[in-house]
Design a protein around this ligand. Structure first.
Ligand code: ASP
Length: 589
């Protein structure tokens, strides 16, 4: 028998028992008369002891065990004289009387420790070794528990899990498709789903009124730290519901996950409109763990002869509580804002000193009385620092959003373990691209305008269309977009109109989405849904930013799996079978 127990299991109550353990050699210590080996498996570490007095030969063999050798050991559980309080098995050890090497190991390319000496790329190349380390292993265990809780909750709410195909045709979600050539139908291609969007809508037409799936999605986009070309969504759709039914259900799911996995009770999620999110936080995914809401100052600040303010489309300030920066620190902050990544021209400050005086970079243009008068709108008191940016509206909001986050970072206001979810609602339906002079769908082309905007959508002019609001929503936690969804269009005419606004000809719309619009003609119920980014949810719940750490075998920043060396070329025979070889040759001619 390889093992009677695992390496994290034995306690004082087991002292005296004859047991066997199997696992990997974490480390060894040779103290002459005694040799100690730490044996590790998924469950923990147990100390093995080999004694020269008991068995010289066994002890000699144990001394030769290298790191990561796989062994099976038998012996008796013993109470340790020197207990290790930092380890769950720290009260006991195994006095080994027999062991077998099941497989030796080369010296691993990096240390299998919580803090390893291996860099990112090296650990990805040997991901199977990286997963032996606690931080990665624990992430995968968390993920597994999380998906189980998702299933429990949704099952209890009456949802059923239905699988949808991976070999489909393009579903536009704003990214490029990964395509798969068809051998049986040469010259044609499947696309891998960017999401199961159209299928889940078809399931609503089928009457499967509460659908969910924990599902892989594929998007061929430029990669960032928190993006992967294949990632997992908790994907849902419901029929005969309104927006609030979706929000309530998925707020419930989120609450359940935090409670069951982290023992955290979340407050009710505030709901804020997209317009207000931009106005007060300069971002559609605000971090509301801290305040520093934007205050617009145009009315107070314009017309006093300060040309930078007078010419600005927007003047916006934040109040940073209980902060007093030296001139040097203020200068450094201004330099930080001027870096090309942020691109601000400069920054105005008012420091309301403790002694009732104030210091400001615009003291020349505004009297002390005027600046003191700004305090009530800005919600500022003595000892607070007000930072002001001005310029073109959209850009200034973005810059101020960065400054707000930076101040929170510097002041330690983004606390791990503090979770502040919110819903951002009423997103615009369409996004106007000034360069291409056309609309793009802000969420996706199946999103419905808000009910009272339908008339305007059918007949409105360009300006009206730009301002249409959708019944679309996002769940944001601590500044991360966790999920998004919408109420969908469920009648053919409106869907045709939307495709038309998005620049599809009727023929193109029919060719790509005829199946969906056709289904709408057979009794499609009103419906809507949402999808959570599962990898990101796991990361955010653990106060981390990179989703890669929650994926067993992720891709690197170039979209490559450097362990298996993918993507890779395929041989001519395969290309030929797929009907691709001629095309390649022709391209070279
Ligand atoms: N399919 C959408 C997405 O992947 C989610 C939804 O609208 O339900 O973002």
């Amino acid at each position: 028998m390889y093992r009677t127990h695992n390496c994290g299991e034995l306690r004082l109550k087991d002292v005296g028992k004859q047991v066997s353990l199997s696992g990997w050699v974490q480390s060894g210590r040779d103290l002459g008369g005694l040799t100690f080996i730490d044996l590790r498996d998924r469950y923990g570490i147990t100390q093995l002891v080999f004694s020269m007095d008991d068995n010289v030969d066994l002890c000699e063999r144990a001394r030769k065990l290298g790191r990561e050798f796989v062994i099976a050991a038998k012996g008796v559980v013993n109470e340790r004289s020197n207990k290790n309080m930092n380890r769950e098995t720290g009260d006991i050890e195994l006095m080994v009387d027999e062991f077998e090497i099941l497989n030796p190991s080369k010296v691993p390319p990096f240390t299998i420790e919580d803090d390893t000496d291996g860099g990112d790329e090296l650990r990805m190349k040997y991901r199977y070794l990286d997963i032996r380390r606690n931080p990665v292993k624990n992430n995968l265990i968390f993920r597994s528990k999380c998906s189980l809780e998702v299933r429990k909750y949704l099952d209890e709410q009456g949802f059923i899990e239905i699988e949808t195909p991976f070999l489909i045709k393009s579903t536009p979600e704003g990214a490029r498709d990964f395509v798969v050539p068809s051998r049986l139908n040469q010259g044609t291609f499947y696309a891998l789903p960017q999401s199961p969007q159209t299928f889940k809508q078809l399931l609503m037409v089928s009457g499967m009124d509460k659908y969910y799936q924990i599902v892989k999605c594929f998007r061929d986009e430029d990669l960032r730290a928190d993006r992967q070309p294949e990632f997992t969504q908790i994907d849902c759709e419901m029929a005969f519901i309104h927006r609030d039914d979706v929000l309530d259900n998925f707020e419930g799911l989120t609450r359940h996950l935090f409670k069951s996995l982290l023992y955290v009770n979340l407050d009710e999620f505030p709901r804020i409109s997209y317009d207000d999110a931009l106005k007060y936080y300069g971002s559609d995914k605000p971090d509301i763990r801290f305040d520093m809401k934007f205050t617009e100052l145009s009315e107070l600040a314009k017309g006093k002869g300060f040309s930078i303010f007078d010419e600005a489309e927007l003047i916006v300030g934040i109040c940073v509580k209980n902060v007093n920066l030296s001139n040097k620190e203020l200068k450094e902050l201004t330099e930080w804002l001027r870096r090309p990544q942020i691109g601000a021209q400069g920054m105005v400050y008012i420091s309301y000193n403790e002694d009732g005086t104030l210091k400001s970079s615009i003291g020349k243009y505004f009297t002390e009385e005027e600046l003191n008068g700004w305090k009530s709108v800005l919600n500022a008191e003595q000892r607070d620092l007000v930072l002001i940016l001005s310029g073109e509206k959209e850009r200034t909001r973005k810059q101020m959003s960065e400054l707000r986050l930076e101040m929170a970072r510097r002041l330690g206001l983004m606390k791990d373990g503090d979770f502040k979810p919110l819903w951002v609602i009423d997103f615009p339906l369409l996004e106007w691209d000034e360069e291409e002079k056309r609309f793009f769908a802000m969420h996706h082309p199946f999103t419905s305008p808000k009910r009272d905007e339908i008339e305007k959508m059918m007949s409105g002019d360009l300006e009206t269309l730009k301002n249409l609001k959708a019944d679309a929503y996002d769940l944001v936690i601590n500044g991360n977009e966790i999920g998004g969804g919408s109420i969908r269009i469920h009648d053919r005419e409106l869907q045709e109109k939307n495709f038309n606004l998005l620049g599809f000809t009727p023929e193109e719309a029919e060719k790509q989405f005829g199946f969906l619009m056709g289904a709408f003609e057979y009794g499609a119920p009103p419906h809507g849904g949402i999808a959570f980014g599962f990898d990101r949810l796991c990361a955010v719940m653990n106060n981390q930013t990179t989703i890669r750490d929650y994926i067993a075998f992720p891709k690197n920043n170039q979209g490559k799996d450097i362990m298996i060396d993918a993507p890779d070329t395929i041989d001519d025979k395969q290309l030929d079978e797929l009907g691709l070889i001629l095309k390649t040759v022709n391209n070279y001619q």
